[in-house]
Design a protein around this ligand. Structure first.
Ligand SMILES: [Zn+2]
Length: 199
């Protein structure tokens, strides 16, 4: 019965390895990697939901690639709002990173379709209970507007950036308002003018 002993030994090794994987959270990582691999096969989003619900796209001053000193260029857009305004994910995807760095302060990164990484920076605080690997939708709150990192001393704003495998791209053309559209100019014109336009 040597083979039984060998098999049970093999099984024990396998069980211990599996247990270690679960205990160390490595299995969660593996699941996340599998999900990320799937995202890479999908076409990137071309329309993004405004991360701050009540801000209109027209309110954003385009500062893409603006000089930021020391030869650095602005790799995103700044969206200004009151401190503590909730930041919603602009896309669906998974939380890729939660962490602090010198420039961005408190930041959250979400990985979306096509493997694009959406970067939210200068957060005053993180949404409670968010973890790396969590699934997010455009209704998920990631954190709250602040001025952490190199935004200290400036009016609170969200720095929003998008990173593709070939570098940063401008988020502004892709952003779409969450607010319902305001009455268009045509609707507010007198009726007579509308008739004239038709002619
Ligand atoms: Zn910025």
């Amino acid at each position: 019965m040597r083979w039984v002993r060998r098999f049970s030994k093999l099984f024990a090794v396998f069980a211990v390895a599996l247990l270690l994987l679960v205990v160390t959270g490595a299995s969660d990582r593996l699941v996340l990697y599998a999900r990320i691999l799937k995202l890479y096969t999908q076409t990137p989003d071309t329309r993004l939901a405004m991360p701050l619900e009540d801000v209109r796209k027209t309110a954003i001053a385009d500062t893409w690639q603006a000089a930021r000193g020391e030869g650095r260029k602005h790799e995103g857009q700044d969206i200004f709002a009151t401190r503590g305004t909730p930041i919603l994910s602009a896309t669906s995807g998974y939380i890729y990173n939660i962490g602090e760095n010198n420039l961005g302060g408190q930041t959250v990164s979400v990985i979306g379709k096509g493997g694009r990484v959406y970067y939210y920076a200068h957060l005053d605080s993180y949404a409670r209970g968010i973890h790396i690997g969590d699934r997010v939708t455009t209704r998920t709150v990631l954190g709250y507007v602040g001025s952490t990192g190199n935004a200290q001393g400036t009016p609170p704003h969200l720095h929003f950036g998008i990173y593709t495998s070939s570098g940063a791209i401008n988020p502004l053309p892709m952003l779409t308002d969450r607010l319902p559209p305001t009455a268009t100019r045509q609707e507010t014109r007198p009726r007579s003018q509308l008739i004239n336009r038709k002619a």
